[in-house]
Design a binder for this molecule. Structure first.
Ligand SMILES: [Zn+2]
Length: 178
């Protein structure tokens, strides 16, 4: 296959398909969902960053805001760091990547493992896991101290580097017990 055929065989994710969800994000909503190509999609704001995820895919795509001539606009962020309007899922691929990465697949593994994007991805995955743990904890307090479940959750937050969560919880605890 030549380059053009390779691109044409991909599933295309276009930023314009998510306008509705992005407008909600711009208007301050933390989460929104919709359908895309028969699949559900979710747009979540996590620590100020906007992320797109598509049903059935483990990938979380950072939506980067960038200044353009008239205000700001969102772009899809490829793992290589490029901001683009379209990402492509190759026929045998598991991830949506930019046109450049589709055509030059070996570059992807050599750059940016420690990029801002890579770091954010790690943090987001941790956050998603943590919020699931948090969801299972029914009670924060028992007899004026943290419940076992909540203590475990805080310990995980601490290890993952979310110190703020721990500080806030401790403040709450002293308010409750004091
Ligand atoms: Zn790329």
């Amino acid at each position: 296959m030549n380059n053009k055929q390779v691109l044409e065989s991909c599933t295309v994710l276009d930023i314009h398909d998510f306008k509705k969800g992005l407008n909600r994000a711009k208007n301050g909503y933390e989460n929104s969902a919709g359908t895309w190509d028969g699949l559900l999609y979710f747009i979540n704001r996590i620590e100020g960053e906007v992320w797109l995820s598509i049903e059935d895919s483990k990938q979380h795509i950072l939506m980067s805001e960038k200044d353009i001539r008239f205000g700001t606009r969102y772009f899809l962020t490829c793992e290589c760091g490029r901001l683009v309007n379209k990402l492509y899922l190759p026929l045998d691929g598991k991830k949506y990547i930019c046109r450049h990465c589709v055509q030059r697949p070996y570059e992807l593994t050599t750059i940016n493992r420690h990029s801002k994007h890579g770091e954010l991805l790690y943090r987001t995955n941790r956050m998603i896991k943590l919020s699931k743990v948090r969801g299972r904890v029914k009670r924060m307090f028992h007899n004026g101290s943290f419940t076992k479940g909540f203590t475990r959750y805080l310990h995980m937050c601490d290890k993952a580097g979310f110190k703020n969560e721990v500080t806030e919880a401790n403040k709450l605890l002293s308010a409750v017990s004091g």
